[in-house]
Write a protein that binds this ligand. Structure first.
Ligand code: 5RP
Length: 220
């Protein structure tokens, strides 16, 4: 199976975790694109959606889903999203697609975070994938210096502007021993909008696709 076939398989497997008649939180990325297409096959069972990016909103609307403002929603029973890396405790690096801020907001509201990945995203320790940090543009150099002091090598994601009008620094060279502590530490830097460490609110369930099939891993 190639990587796209694995993404399709985990996307389809996630449908089993979609409750009837409820609002579904939808993440961003190529794996989630497969999930949105799969969700369209059971559209009659989905009341509405909330979306973590313009990209996913457009795809959802093209399939005829209603996309609600999160402020109009009390409860999101399930949020389905991909990840760039996931560790054995369910902590993740996210934001490769640049949607980390809205992803983190919906993840916080959601009762259950279901992470859909192929097995290449499983790592014993986070940090091989450059850690995305969304920054207010005027704070970019301040944040860059602070990230260097933490041992990282930040690089501006050139020509990229987030859905929130901000920039992204991709931090290379971090070996993340304590994801929660680092998430807290980076959140303290003025001008940081969101760090792509999802450790305080990690995944509740990961569906991991490999040549052997789908492995479901529960956390916490
Ligand atoms: C977007 C994300 C994605 O979940 C992450 O980048 C994984 O994407 P893909 O499914 O394309 O590998 O965090 O901001």
């Amino acid at each position: 199976m190639n990587q796209d076939q694995l993404k399709l398989a985990v996307a389809q497997a996630a449908l089993r975790h979609v409750p009837d008649g409820r609002i579904i939180g939808v993440g961003t990325g190529s794996t989630v694109d497969f999930f949105i297409d799969a969700l369209a096959t059971i559209r009659h069972r989905v009341r509405a959606t909330v979306s973590s990016s313009q990209r996913s909103t457009e795809r959802l609307r093209a399939h005829g889903f209603e996309v609600l403002d999160l402020n109009a929603v009390d409860n999101v029973p399930v949020y389905v999203d991909g990840a760039d890396e996931i560790d054995p405790g369910g902590s993740m690096i996210k934001g490769g697609g640049g949607a980390l801020t809205r992803e983190k907001i919906i993840a916080e509201v959601a009762e259950r975070f279901i992470c859909i990945v192929d097995a290449s995203k499983l790592v014993p320790r986070l940090g091989r994938f450059p850690l995305p940090v969304e920054v207010v543009p005027m704070a970019r150099e301040l944040v860059r210096r602070r990230l260097v002091a933490l041992g990282g090598a930040p690089r501006l994601r050139d020509g990229f502007v987030t859905d929130n009008g901000n920039q992204i620094l991709d931090v290379h060279g971090l070996s993340i021993d304590d994801p929660r502590a680092l998430e807290t530490q980076i959140n303290q830097i003025p001008g940081v909008v969101t760090v792509g460490l999802f450790a305080h609110r990690g995944a509740d369930l990961a569906l991991v696709g490999s040549a052997e099939g789908i492995d479901a891993r529960s956390f916490g």
